[in-house]
Write a protein that binds this ligand. Sequence first.
Ligand SMILES: NC(=O)c1ccc[n+]([C@@H]2O[C@H](COP(=O)([O-])OP(=O)(O)OC[C@H]3O[C@@H](n4cnc5c(N)ncnc54)[C@H](O)[C@@H]3O)[C@@H](O)[C@H]2O)c1
Length: 353
Amino acid sequence: MGRINVAVVGVGNCCSALVQGVYAYKDRGEVVGLMNEVFGGYTLADIDFVAAFDVDARKVGRDLSEAIFAEPNCYDKVYSVPKTDVIVKMGEVMDGVGEYISEHVKVSEEKPVDVVKELRDAGAEVVVNLVPTGGVEASRWYAEQALKAGCAFINATPAEIAISGEWASRFQSANLPLVGDDVMDQAGATVLHKALLEFLVRRGVRVEETYQLDIGGGLEALNTLQKDRGDFKRRVKTSAVKASLPYDVPVVAGTTDYISFMRNSRASYFWVKGSYFNGAPIKIDIFMNTVDAPNAAGILVDVIRGVKLAMDRRMGGVILPLCAYGFKRPPTLMKIADAEKFIAEFLGDGSDH
Ligand SMILES: NC(=O)c1ccc[n+]([C@@H]2O[C@H](COP(=O)([O-])OP(=O)(O)OC[C@H]3O[C@@H](n4cnc5c(N)ncnc54)[C@H](O)[C@@H]3O)[C@@H](O)[C@H]2O)c1
């Protein structure tokens, strides 16, 4: 199989975890912590980063191996990435930097580059969009650049791209894969909440009300405190969780606060109230602590390889099985087990799945 040339947009915490993880796994040759050693016939050793874009003066102009550790990123250095020779280029700011994070992101004064040219010159095949939540115009703009450059587009953000019929048909016409929206973490709050509810429903428990609220220390947690941005993300999380229940009950899911000293960790609180045999009450109260960025990277490494497989098969447009497997707001919302069946059918042979 060939190599996978990846361009990243937004060299923030998720990008840092993704780049560190890919290099670390390549170097160590181990598989602990991966969902799939082989996915779509590819291993992590097949992933190469060939281009990167950001707007922060502390990242633009630097080698990707250094930019991932520049402030305000707060995901720890868990692996020393060797020089990549990929210089982070200046993108278009647009609505990428929201009001709440504007004092933390120091927008570079450099002129934006021609992203299409950069993507083409770098031989990029897959663009991973990791701009902050609420960067809707920016996400659309980068999707447009990916289309023009002949690249597949992975929308890890909640901006409505894969879910939009218009973008789906444009990528379909160009015969380029499109997947999204909003990555569902490898072992994060949404997927655990869904799994718990699906388990309870299978066991005959009538769920009456449930919430999952979290607090984080990454800039994204602060960004989503901005009401318009946070409300939207909350609706995305809530609809993902609701899809795991066969009936309508009160469900709340979302980020409620930002505490800078937590750095990139996230504290998630789950509550479920319901009843089972002959009306007996059940209450579940769970606390989970995770590190945010690697939780997205753990899924992105599969999605990147799945997108490359779709390209090998000359598939264009929205790749539904990948959307259902790796995202909170796919065009078709599913239960976890259904999404896993769907992705296994898509992958066929050549993966652990
Ligand atoms: N577990 C997770 O962390 C997780 C899960 C699901 C979705 N996501 C999504 O991933 C995205 C990235 O999250 P993060 O924690 O890495 O955020 P972050 O704030 O750490 O990084 C965002 C980066 O984008 C850059 N940026 C802002 N505007 C830009 C523009 N117009 N062009 C290029 N770069 C721009 C910022 O300078 C920053 O480096 C968010 O949309 C978030 O919702 C993350």
